[in-house]
Write a protein that binds this ligand. Structure first.
Ligand code: GAL
Length: 423
């Protein structure tokens, strides 16, 4: 009886322990335990998706406070440098967003900065719940090193349905049609393509779609394996097309972020944009419905191919609260976590058993394509090449966007490839 009274009293007491308010305004339990999750998800859709997973964590572990450590800047354009400084300085967060593939393995795992987390998959019986191809690119020497929380598609063209209907246009399926549609929009005084490359990655993102659309999946894969030359006719052709497309983008592209560019499509300031399907999360966060106000097609020339990338979370060595980090990773790997996160994020679950009924029309189409298309890796988002190689590509494209000099770009892209591939 005494014991029961005591329990009731402690519950009452707990109810009055003051809560603190975190940066995002959410109330957290006031305890010493903290789970710091580092990411660059600050825009509409991505922030909501992250919050949906936080909410599961809070319900399960109410005594741990979540620190939502975000550094704004699409594709980690600012976050990655901040993370590198922290990792080098021995002050890692408990877990951080990292792209599956080269970004994870080359940058962090080989350098000995991560703990293997195969046990999370094994202990929960999840070793078979993820596609083998994906497990391969998060593994090193037989151990798994991160939890892939989604699959994103990079090669998508999004368009404003009203502009297309008003101008009797159909979304372009080939690169030639893309230029044709852009020309007719420009003639009518409408800026055809929205680009927000204040982080140069957004231009590289557009280029990867153009490379694939120009040469097809087998030759595109060869770019990363030294079987397709960077100084051959296809890359030249792709760069010429890319230069033409740059002639149709909004004048303020260098001052705009990726979500700013998507907003231009929403506002009717531009007719279309090529962006990964986190754009879908953004459209929805702004209250739009797929296939009502906005439509999509594979980036021109890429039908039948799926440029894939995956956001994942890992366990850095020296995570301040390892136990909380493992709890977070377990939620990220779970069906419940993925089905809370991805419907808002615009991506599809990386698990093969996600609940399809929770996903919208666009996402169902992405699920189908992921099953039937040829999968190739995104270079812009860490899957296809080492970060050092990507940095050299970004430098080249940064210059190319202003000088449009194909020969110069070919020379420097070829040099970059030679540094990172063995013939
Ligand atoms: C990508 C990332 C996506 C999304 C996007 C824009 O690199 O994989 O999840 O966050 O950047 O920031």
């Amino acid at each position: 009886m005494k014991r029961r009274l005591f329990t009731a009293f402690s519950c009452l007491l707990l109810a009055f322990i003051p809560a603190v308010v975190n940066a995002s305004g959410a109330r957290e339990a006031n305890t010493d335990r903290r789970l710091e999750i580092f990411s660059w998800w600050t825009a509409g859709g991505e922030a909501e998706g992250l919050e949906a997973m936080f909410s599961i964590y809070r319900t399960r572990y109410p005594t741990v406070s979540i620190i939502n450590a975000t550094v704004a800047g699409g594709a980690g354009s600012n976050a990655k440098a901040v993370l590198a400084t922290r990792m080098q300085g021995g002050t890692p967060p408990d877990s951080f967003q990292v792209h599956a593939g080269h970004e994870l393995i080359d940058s962090w795992v080989v350098a000995g900065k991560m703990e293997p987390i195969t046990f999370i998959f094994r202990d929960n019986g999840w070793l078979e719940s993820f596609p083998k191809g994906l497990v391969d690119i998060i593994s090193y020497k037989g151990e798994i090193y991160s939890v892939p929380v989604n699959i994103h598609r990079s090669n998508v063209l999004w368009y404003n349905k009203k502009i297309f209907a008003d101008n009797h246009l159909t979304p372009p399926r080939t690169l030639a049609e893309f230029i044709g549609v852009a020309e007719s929009l420009a003639r009518r005084g409408i800026t055809p393509i929205a680009l927000g490359d204040s982080g140069i990655w957004a231009s590289v993102h557009l280029l990867e779609s153009v490379l694939l659309g120009t040469m097809g999946p087998a030759r595109y894969k060869g770019l990363w394996m030294a079987t397709t030359p960077w100084d051959g006719p296809e890359v030249r052709r792709a760069l010429k097309t890319f230069a033409m497309l740059l002639g149709f983008v909004n004048a303020d592209h260098a001052a705009l972020s990726w979500d700013g560019a998507v907003q231009y499509v929403i506002d009717g300031k531009c007719a279309m944009t090529i962006m990964g399907d986190w754009a879908e999360g953004y459209f929805k966060a702004k209250g739009l419905t797929p296939n009502k106000e906005f439509g999509w097609v594979p980036s021109p020339g890429t039908e039948g191919s799926f440029i894939a990338l995956s956001d994942s979370f890992g366990l850095p060595r020296g995570a301040p609260d390892r136990e909380a980090a493992v709890q977070w990773l377990t939620i990220s790997a779970s069906r419940e976590g993925q089905d809370a996160f991805n419907p808002k994020k615009g991506s599809i679950p990386s698990r093969t058993d996600g609940d399809r009924s929770l996903y919208d029309e666009y996402q169902k189409s992405a699920m189908d394509s992921y099953k039937s298309d040829i999968i190739v890796a995104s270079v812009t988002h860490g899957a296809a090449a080492a970060e050092g190689w990507l940095a050299l590509i970004q430098d080249t494209i940064s210059t190319f966007v202003s000088d449009r000099n194909v020969d110069k770009a070919v020379t420097s892209l070829t040099k970059a490839a030679a540094q990172y591939t063995k013939k």
